[in-house]
Design a protein around this ligand. Structure first.
Ligand code: GLV
Ligand code: GLV
Length: 325
């Protein structure tokens, strides 16, 4: 009999088609994209499966792996992030993990540039003013923001995405790129002529600070009071990685007191961020609902890669993109 697989979301068509056409798996699907599979249902559905294709809203932890049982050999997540996976538990049980880096780099970099400009040039405030009667006259300092030309852009966590963002920002006449990471990454840095600095220097020098690191125990709330207090009050903070790297209370404080000029967030804790959250009351905070990779082509490519990783894993072959545990 064919290996059994549970797919936790109605994923984009390219990935679904690969699973269907493979003739290699028997799969069951949570047939909605609008609501995640309830946890109790998920715990039932994974019983006895050989493989699981999930998205980032599913916590893959000891409880779930216990519920699945010992047939489970492969987890394939349709995401580049893997903070929803308990890697320790997966490693302990010898379960292999596929993920979807690279195919989303361009989409995430584009969105990051869009969010950065929307925040620094106050686009959301501006459209609101235009639409609601605030546009009294052309004014000399009204809705002024900050420009990329001659600026210093800092990148916290220099990987493929950080490089792709810098490549797109360079033509805006950025003066200097700086970055920090657990160690210098000279190969990547060379491509964008970025200088390695300490986290302190990154905070002090950056006119734009873009967060591009994975969420790990080391990066959890690395953007906190201490970091914001070193930033310039004209600086713009952008996060398209994971909400957990930011202490949101500290960010609220920094934004509301003018410690920093603005923030653009594609990710928050929790997601969705409740509409009553104080960050939503701030004009200098632009919040997006985690859409950085959301282009049709990229989401389809992610679903195809996740499907192929799953099928390869189930055949005990190397996956196209496999996490080293
Ligand atoms: C999106 O946040 C992803 O991890 O792919
Ligand atoms: C702006 O529209 C200008 O003409 O300076």
């Amino acid at each position: 009999t064919l290996p059994r697989v549970y797919v936790t979301r109605q994923i984009p068509p390219e990935g679904l088609k690969i699973l269907q056409d493979s003739g290699q798996v028997q799969f069951e699907l949570w047939d909605s994209d609008d609501v995640p599979v309830p946890r109790t249902e998920l715990l039932q559905k994974v019983k006895g499966v050989d493989g699981l294709l999930c998205v980032l809203t599913e916590k893959i932890d000891a409880e779930l792996l216990d519920a699945a049982g010992s047939n489970l050999k492969v987890i394939s997540t349709m995401s580049v992030g893997f903070d929803h996976l308990s890697l320790e538990e997966l490693k302990k049980r010898g379960i292999r993990v596929g993920y979807t880096p690279e195919v989303l780099t361009d989409a995430v970099a584009e969105l990051t540039v869009a969010l950065l400009l929307a925040t620094s040039r106050r686009l959301i405030e501006a459209t609101h003013e235009a639409k609601t009667g605030g546009w009294g006259t052309w004014r000399t300092l009204w809705l002024c923001g900050y420009e990329l030309a001659n600026s210093t852009v800092g990148i916290l966590g220099l990987g493929r995405i950080g490089v792709a963002i810098a490549e797109r920002l360079a033509p805006f006449k950025v003066k200097k790129f700086i970055y920090t990471d657990v160690a210098p990454r000279p190969e990547l840095a060379k491509a964008i002529n970025a200088e390695y600095v300490t986290l302190d220097e990154l905070a002090k020098q950056s006119d734009f600070l873009s967060i591009c690191c994975a969420l790990t125990p080391e990066t959890k709330e690395i953007c906190n009071k201490n970091l914001f207090s070193k930033m310039k009050n004209t600086s713009i903070f952008i996060n398209t990685s994971r909400g957990g790297v930011v202490n949101q209370e500290d960010l609220y404080e920094a934004l509301s007191t003018g410690q920093i000029a603005g923030a653009g967030l594609d990710v928050t804790v929790p997601e969705p961020l409740p509409t009553s959250h104080p960050l939503f009351t701030l004009k200098n905070c632009v919040i997006l609902p985690h859409i950085a990779s959301a282009s049709y082509s990229t989401r389809n490519a992610m679903s195809a890669l996740a499907a192929n990783n799953l099928l390869l894993g189930l055949r005990s072959q190397p996956m196209i993109k496999e996490l080293k545990l």
